[in-house]
Design a protein around this ligand. Structure first.
Ligand SMILES: *Cc1c(COP(=O)(O)O)cnc(C)c1O
Length: 232
């Protein structure tokens, strides 16, 4: 199947999951995760109507950004872990950083966004499974609390919501409790009405479990393999 056919199939499955959950599919953004795929594949997805893309490495995207700068209304998200020393490059290249997992990174990104003369949309990444190998802040950690409290100081960041990558399970249903947990964390933060904290975005769900994520109120699903094929 072509990239265009894959996108249309994924969109159909999102729509069906949204119907099951009584949701409006217009609330759900399909992000194409294009890491490891060349610029031509991204161009093909863009031609098929995709506008939001996720890349996980600053260096890898830098080369593609040059080749794709004519796609003016495409939106680029960094979805992988970011080292603080690459914050400036990331702020220059991306529209959004979806994996903020420390106060230090938020501080650096705010300074970097200021220098680049832009506002950066960001998500806080939560490590719902508590896996040592995964990035993200722990659900009830001081670090999360400090990020939430720090927001008023970072006027170049728009904290728009939460993102997570749950532990992998062969059965997509295995992701459901983690998606639910992320939603509950969002609800608790929303109730507190904190200054400069928006909780409109819930980024969760990948190729194997995005339908479950939609049922659990995802507003953004990050799909790589089911659109572009297996990564090499
Ligand atoms: C690679 C990646 C995805 C996409 O994974 P697929 O299983 O290929 O859909 C989504 N989110 C993050 C953070 C990723 O690194």
């Amino acid at each position: 199947m072509s990239i265009a056919e894959n996108i249309s199939c994924v969109r159909g499955r999102i729509a069906a999951a949204a119907r099951r959950a009584g949701r409006n599919q217009a609330e759900i953004t399909l992000m194409g995760v294009s890491k490891t795929f060349p610029a031509e594949c991204i161009r093909e997805a863009y031609a098929a109507g995709l506008r939001v893309f996720g890349e996980n490495r600053v260096q890898e995207y830098a080369a593609k950004a040059l080749a794709l700068r004519d796609l003016r209304d495409a939106e680029w998200h960094l979805i992988g872990h970011l080292q603080t020393n690459k914050a400036l490059k990331a702020a220059e290249l991306f529209d959004a950083v979806d994996a903020v997992d420390s106060v230090k990174l938020a501080e650096r990104l705010n300074a970097a966004a200021e220098k680049s003369g832009k506002t950066l949309a960001v998500l806080i990444e939560i490590n719902v499974g508590g896996e040592a190998a995964k990035s993200g802040v722990a659900p009830d950690s001081d670090e999360l609390e400090q990020i939430l409290q720090g927001a008023p100081q970072w006027d170049k960041l728009r904290i728009r919501g939460l993102m997570t990558v749950p532990p992998y399970t062969d059965d997509a249903e295995g992701s459901r409790p983690y998606f639910r947990q992320l939603r509950q964390i969002r609800d608790r933060i929303t109730e507190r009405v904190l200054p400069r904290i928006e909780m409109a975005v819930l980024s969760m769900g990948m190729s194997h479990d995005f339908e479950i994520a939609v049922e659990e109120e995802a507003t953004c699903v990050r799909v790589g393999t089911a659109i572009f094929g297996s990564r090499r």
